[in-house]
Design a protein around this ligand. Structure first.
Ligand code: WTA
Length: 663
């Protein structure tokens, strides 16, 4: 018998109300939070801030709003690491497990709140001993190992903002971010494990430190034991520094608006933006959403966000939200297609791709939070791996990072959720800090593919080109009122902050996403409307990749588009005109792809590079990316009337057909 296909059970416009069983046990099963927030938005957030956060000194003013600059919970004093650790220990929950950590090679660590507090306090003292004080920026470039949350919380404990750079970024990207933030310290590791192999990080870190001038010390966690270069004056092993460190480090009393972290994200120019998040408002919204959107039952749940901490999802929903709520979480180092070593027999292609389901079963995971790209990959792999595992512990499923297509939603619902688990499709951004548009699992009737409605206390509107509110139909997503975990600015560039987010439509935050409202008032997110691509849920700007392409000595001109891709949402396709004297060849194409990976990191490596004699341009010389996208997606060309030379596109189409597409 052949496997049932999606069409066998997917019915257009089906709706999924939360089941009675789920509602009976849910933290919230009525509209009370929406009503409360609707009546008094600031009062609602003030209540959440006092309920979910422990303050050393209570705040006086809920919000100071000088558009577009917000201050939340002004005069309040707190410490995030105290909220994530000490208060749970003080309440007698020190033996509770904070993280079940699993390394890709199958090694595991179980870390209690007691142990995490001790490790964080010691490391905070290490930071101090290296001269790090409140306000100093610390750059972190690490794999998914427990020392990563330790480093973040230790920074937060002493008020030193962290700036985490995802381990897949290149040396150039790392040094750009170190320079922009003037980071004094870099924390890294010798390497980490991915796809069954150790990968190096210290090498890349060394190259970036050499290219920057502010880093005084480098702390290195030993993870893989691989050989590393060592500079006696700057480099320190984590385990050696920790040996003699005291575990007595009282948390600093910080202001609600003190900077907690910077996180760089791609914009529409080649220069990434350092998004600024502060303390009190951020913690309030991530704790609120982590608790109510995942329906967290702290005494019985084992929560798992399968993202990387290098992205905002990991900051908010692996570290700060779950720990503030005293949750038990799973943290996994590697990739889903790498089973535990005992199952790695034969060719890699024959390895079971069941690591995620194996983890869900062994730890009894109750909430799973992952990206649509991952779900589509699992669909491609088929349900047979899934069926061999007991996933009955799961209660709530989440998605994040990109629009989820209804087919993937249904597959997730049926095969992973056993048609029993509400799915929360959470729309938000690095800039918003926490969830903004998502169902509440015990309240909202969901529709596959729709993120449904704004959370209580958040107000969004869809507007047309002229900035007028749209009641039904398509337009651009905007946010009309400040929210607690909103970005406070772009590091070092307040003008760019105003310009990027607040100038497109007066008095509104412009998210850069298209959206539509259906006849029932449900929101559907339609993807980016600017020059930002979304590849596997990661933002990459076309301009950034274009500058990496023209940086190659053989490339004269380049244009990049994000073409729709069945698995990764969008895929990067680069069109390059070669400099005189270069002949197109497969080797050169490959070299150019690799050059982008070296400049920006492997995540930005184009799926295809097409070497073309010319680019389609308007008579005024503007590249018509729309036509390139048509070519990349194999569509008939749209309107070509403004094209200067029509024959160019035919030639490009022929070349595109020849260019290999890589993974
Ligand atoms: C997209 C990730 C549709 C969107 C948390 C946004 C989504 C960008 C969703 C932010 C979703 C994120 N449905 N699109 N549920 N979640 N996006 O900063 O285009 O890495 O602007 O934050 O991802 O990406 P970022």
């Amino acid at each position: 018998m052949s496997e049932p296909t999606i069409e066998d059970y997917y019915v257009e416009d089906r709706t999924f109300p939360p089941s009675e069983t789920f509602r009976n046990n849910a933290l919230i099963a009525d509209r009370s939070l929406y009503e409360e927030a609707q009546e008094d938005r600031l009062g609602f957030w003030a209540r959440q801030a006092r309920e979910l956060v422990t303050w050393f000194e209570d705040f006086e003013t809920v919000l100071e709003w000088d558009l577009p600059f917000a201050k939340w919970f002004v005069e309040g004093k707190l410490n995030i690491s105290y909220n994530c650790l000490d208060r749970h220990v003080e309440a007698g929950r020190g033996d509770k497990i904070a993280f079940y950590w699993e390394g890709e090679p199958g090694d595991t660590r179980t870390i209690t709140y007691n142990e995490l507090l001790e490790e964080v306090s010691k490391f905070a003292n290490v930071l101090k001993s290296l001269g790090i004080t409140k306000g100093d920026r610390v750059c972190i470039y690490m794999p998914m190992i427990p020392e990563l949350p330790v480093a973040m919380l230790a920074c937060a404990r002493i008020g030193a903002p962290h700036s985490i750079v995802f381990g897949g970024f290149s040396a150039d990207s790392l040094s750009d971010r170190i320079d922009d933030a003037d980071a004094k310290l870099l924390i890294t590791s010798d390497g980490g494990y991915r796809r069954g192999e150790p990968f190096p990080l210290k090498d890349t870190a060394d190259a970036s430190v050499a290219a920057t001038s502010t880093v005084e010390n480098v702390i290195v966690v030993q993870r893989t034991g691989q050989n590393v270069e060592w500079d006696q004056t700057t480099d320190h092993w984590y385990h050696e520094l920790m040996e003699s460190a005291s575990s007595d480090c009282p948390p600093e009393h910080l202001n609600s608006e003190d900077l907690l972290y910077l996180l760089y994200t791609s914009g529409t120019t080649a220069k990434p933006k350092g998004i600024m998040h502060t303390t009190g408002g951020y913690l309030t919204q991530v704790a609120f959403t982590h608790k109510y959107i995942f329906d967290l039952q702290p005494d019985s749940d084992v929560y798992w966000c399968a993202a990387d901490i290098g992205w905002v999802t990991g900051h908010s929903y692996i570290v700060y939200g779950p720990l503030a709520n005293g949750a038990t979480s799973v943290m996994y180092e590697g990739t889903p297609d790498t089973p535990r070593p005992e199952f790695r027999t034969g060719d890699r292609a024959e390895w079971p791709k069941d690591r995620l389901w194996d983890i869900v079963q062994r730890y009894g995971v109750t909430q799973l939070y992952t990206a649509p790209t991952a779900i589509r990959t699992f669909m491609k792999w088929g349900a047979q791996e899934v069926e061999q595992h007991d996933l009955s512990s799961l209660r709530v499923l989440g998605t994040v990072g990109e629009p989820i297509n209804p087919e993937a939603w249904m597959w997730y619902h049926k095969n992973i959720g056993g048609e029993r688990c509400p799915i929360v499709d959470t729309w938000w951004q690095t800039e918003t800090g926490g969830h903004m548009i998502t169902p509440m699992p015990g309240v909202t009737t969901t529709k596959p593919g729709s993120a449904t409605h704004a959370i209580p206390g958040v107000v969004v509107e869809v507007v047309d080109d002229a900035g007028n509110k749209v009641e039904r139909g398509g337009g651009y997503l905007t946010i009309t009122e400040p929210w607690p975990s909103m970005l406070r600015g772009i590091w070092g560039d307040p003008e760019r902050y105003k310009e990027t987010y607040w100038s497109e439509y007066p008095d509104r935050y412009f998210a850069g996403d298209g959206a539509k409202i259906d006849d029932d008032g449900y929101l559907w997110l339609l993807g980016r409307v600017d020059d930002v691509m979304n590849v596997s849920g990661h933002r990459i700007s076309t301009t950034e990749v274009e500058s990496a392409l023209v940086d190659h000595s053989s490339v004269a001109e380049a244009a990049v588009v994000g073409a729709t891709d069945d698995t990764t949402g969008q895929a990067i396709v680069g069109y390059c005109i070669l400099r005189g004297g270069n002949e197109p060849s497969d080797e050169l194409r490959e070299e150019i792809r690799q050059h982008v990976a070296t400049k920006l990191g492997a995540i930005a490596r184009p799926k295809a590079v097409v070497l073309v004699p010319d680019l389609p341009k308007t008579r005024s010389g503007k590249i018509m990316r729309r036509l390139l996208r048509d070519v990349a997606e194999g569509r008939k060309l749209g309107d070509t009337t403004t094209l200067a030379d029509e024959s160019v596109v035919d030639e490009i189409r022929d070349r595109a057909a020849e260019a290999p597409q890589e993974d």
